[in-house]
Write a protein that binds this ligand. Sequence first.
Ligand code: SF4
Length: 88
Amino acid sequence: MAVIGTWFAAGTALACGTNPDLFFAESPQDVARAKELCAGCPVRAACLTGALQRGEPWGVWGGELLLRGTIVPTKRARGRPRKSEMAA
Ligand code: SF4
């Protein structure tokens, strides 16, 4: 991730650098906010590519939510799945 490292070294403030917890949040609202912040990031594409290559276990990277190295649309809430989810 030389590209991202260069931005950090130059003192460029990336959204994830100023509020890193938001990018590993549990709530869907916080995950959505992190995705929004990534939208304007100058290293978004490189960030996502690197995260996929590393198989990041979780978090918002490059504007996408990753779980176990794969892009997922949303994070499932904690707890037992609803019966309607299990029937599908
Ligand atoms: S795209 Fe990557 S580097 Fe940019 S704010 Fe999002 S998580 Fe941070």
